[in-house]
Design a protein around this ligand. Structure first.
Ligand code: SPD
Length: 288
């Protein structure tokens, strides 16, 4: 490797003996906030990449598959999504997708680290310009604390978090899922970032043990993101009333503008899980 070559990958996974490397040309920004190290790298293969504490948060090349799926899956299932909360999501990609839904009245964003938003405004304006929309309101605090006293307020809550280490740890506890349930209206839906079926099987299994006790309609779905560990990432779909497939509002989904990844067939396909995962989800009748 020449002196000028820069390679990076997900440090957290490297400790477990697996590591996907991406070549970088140039470090555009590196700062230490009160919560984490935030880094923006220019790469030949994936455009600009945001890396927090050595973990890839997004790349310009493949962020759409993540943000469209975390946002449009719940928003195209709920019959009338009005009040939305995003926990995390400081890059603005999830908010960019939510405001494509004209029914939405208000989007609250609770991001623990103000500096993430500031850096993304500068380096990822195509995502973070969404924070300028008049329906969007930002709050800077821990997501679990923010939810603690909010009851019956949101139609949809999207937890666009980092991994279950560092500043995002509180967003993966059983107590947090109880807060989610309480903060949703009586027919609300929560979607949370829930790691890779291939690499984080035990973690997903233990999380679903309590999700299914809290939410009557629990499901898991996934999307493909080449630069995330194992090339994919999943989400929990935690619903009080609506089924992710039976209640899909296709007419609304078909009218969404500027999509790179999401469409109604991929919405349905995302809930069809590989045979090896049957054991994880068998008690909620999902798995094939
Ligand atoms: N393993 C990394 C998972 C990161 C998921 N969230 C990233 C934020 C994108 N808006």
């Amino acid at each position: 490797m020449s002196k000028l070559e820069l390679w990076f990958g997900d440090q957290y996974e490297k400790e477990k003996g697996r590591y996907l490397q991406i070549k970088g040309d140039n470090v555009l920004k590196k700062v230490i906030s009160s919560f984490q190290e935030i880094c923006v790298v220019e790469t030949p293969a994936f455009g600009k990449v945001l890396i927090n504490d050595g973990i890839i948060m997004l790349t310009e090349a493949d962020e759409a598959g993540y943000h469209e799926m975390i946002a449009h899956v719940p928003l195209c299932v709920h019959p009338l999504p009005l009040d939305i909360l995003v926990i995390g999501g400081g890059d603005g990609g999830t908010v960019r997708e939510i405001i494509k839904h004209s029914s939405v009245n208000r989007v609250d964003v609770c991001e623990i680290d103000k500096m993430v938003i500031e850096i993304c405004r500068e380096y990822f304006p195509k995502l973070a310009n969404s924070f300028n929309h008049k329906k969007v309101h930002t709050f800077f605090e821990d997501g679990a604390k923010f939810l603690e006293n909010r009851i019956n307020q949101y139609d949809i809550i999207i937890v666009d978090s980092s991994d279950p280490i560092g500043p995002g740890t509180t967003l993966f506890t059983e107590q947090f899922y109880h807060f989610l349930f309480r903060a949703l209206k009586e027919d609300g839906i929560a979607v949370t970032q829930l790691e890779s079926l291939f690499w984080h099987t035990d973690f997903i299994k233990s999380t679903f043990r309590f999700i299914k006790k809290i939410f009557p309609i629990p499901y898991y779905y996934y999307t493909m993101v080449p630069t995330y560990p194992s090339g994919m990432i999943g989400f929990s779909f935690c619903s009080k009333k609506y089924h992710p497939l039976d209640h899909l509002v296709s007419e609304r989904a078909n009218q969404l503008p500027d999509l790179k990844y999401y469409h109604t067939d991929i919405h349905r396909a995302a809930f069809m899980l590989p045979a090896f995962s049957k054991d994880i989800f068998k008690s909620i009748k999902q798995g094939n």
